[in-house]
Design a protein around this ligand. Structure first.
Ligand SMILES: Cc1cc2nc3c(=O)[nH]c(=O)nc-3n(C[C@H](O)[C@H](O)[C@H](O)COP(=O)(O)O)c2cc1C
Length: 335
């Protein structure tokens, strides 16, 4: 008897709990088809950024006001837009093309930090056929004058604004750096998030010592990064009325099994597809099925949340209690 991998995410009924998260692989129709063939249950498109939308409307206004010469000059201030980061209109076209190319649900992604005219793209994404929307709030409070309360209000206002403008389900992707993550999660759901995608990886700029410049830096994830979202999903499972998606560090079947046991409705992958290839999706799903058979789980439903904080034998593991235990259990010697 086979195991039942079906799950629900954002009200969408999915074949299994593995979703490809926002990355350039979902931007190309060819790789999107391969993602579907390999068995992924849904795909999130790379983000359309607030800056892209605002830039385009500002430039259009300038073009009308000053003519095409200054328009061309102004464009040079903005990074070159290749296929992957094509403008807002191409993004909407891509949603339509993606919907036509594959039959798995397509989740569009908007990435920004503040309320504004750009939010209208949420509705345009819905009209273009997106099955759901992921709002990635990637805000770095690099000013010293903003309180945590103000930062949080900004997140919540943005979620409400987007929620009000769409009727498709809304997932909100955030990082882990809140003083009270659990409370923030609860309020994001209160503001309208139908799902939480945990966690954003905030990429840190590096310093190039030869050129004495800062350099943007994108490193693929390591499996170790799984533990942070794993803890918070375990804490939130059963306590917030929203779907939970785990992103960051999910590379192998065992990682997906842990995500589900913690209480995730789906696990997401990006980095591992760059190192192992798109067919790795089917390996993860095969491995999950094997493990579930061996452990006699009939369904994802049955596995989900079995190791959440509410249900696991050692709830303190998710709190401070185990910090001391972990330190004491460390037996390494200096060489
Ligand atoms: C090349 C690349 C591009 C990405 N672009 C986006 C993006 O446009 N929007 C977004 O929300 N996340 C983006 N991400 C983050 C991934 O969706 C994912 O959350 C993150 O990489 C952690 O998952 P992983 O450990 O499976 O890679 C990108 C990741 C990679 C590797």
């Amino acid at each position: 008897m086979g195991v039942n991998l079906r799950t629900k995410y954002l009200g969408l009924s999915l074949e299994n709990p593995l979703v490809v998260s926002a990355c350039p692989l979902t931007q190309k129709l060819d790789s999107l088809r391969r993602i579907e063939e390999a068995g992924a249950a849904a795909a999130v498109l790379p983000s359309l950024f607030e800056e892209q939308i605002e830039h385009e409307s500002a430039e259009l206004t300038k073009a009308h006001e000053f003519g095409t010469d200054s328009f061309a000059e102004a464009l040079t201030y903005f990074p070159e837009q290749d296929d992957y980061r094509a403008g807002p209109d191409s993004y909407l076209e891509h949603i339509e093309k993606a919907k036509a190319a594959v039959s798995i649900p397509i989740i569009a992604s908007l990435n920004g930090t503040s309320e504004g005219g750009w939010v209208r793209y949420a509705k345009l994404m819905e009209n273009a056929g997106a099955d759901a929307l992921e709002l990635n709030i990637y805000f770095i409070a690099a000013t010293l004058d903003m309180t945590s309360e103000e930062v949080e209000a900004r997140y919540l206002d943005l979620v409400s604004a987007v929620k009000d403008s769409v009727s498709i389900p809304l997932a909100v992707k955030v990082g882990p750096y809140f003083s009270s993550m659990g409370n923030m999660a609860k309020r994001l759901v209160g503001a309208g998030a139908d799902g939480l995608v945990l966690f954003n990886r905030f990429l840190q700029p590096d310093i190039d010592l030869d050129e004495m410049e800062t350099s943007p830096h994108l490193e693929l994830s390591t499996r170790f990064e799984l533990l942070k979202p794993l803890r918070w999903i375990a804490v939130l499972h059963g306590r917030v009325n929203a779907s939970l998606a785990l992103t960051s560090g999910l590379h192998e079947a065992a990682d997906l099994a842990k995500a589900l046991a913690a209480g995730a409705d789906v696990g997401m992958v990006a980095s591992v597809l760059y190192t192992q290839g798109i067919p790795h999706i089917s390996k993860i799903l095969g491995g999950l099925t094997e493990w579930m058979e061996e452990k006699e789980y009939d369904s994802v439903e049955q596995l989900r949340g079995s190791m959440s904080q509410e249900n696991c034998p050692d709830p303190a593991a998710f709190e401070r209690g185990n910090y001391m235990k972990a330190l004491v259990s460390f037996t390494g010697e200096a060489i």
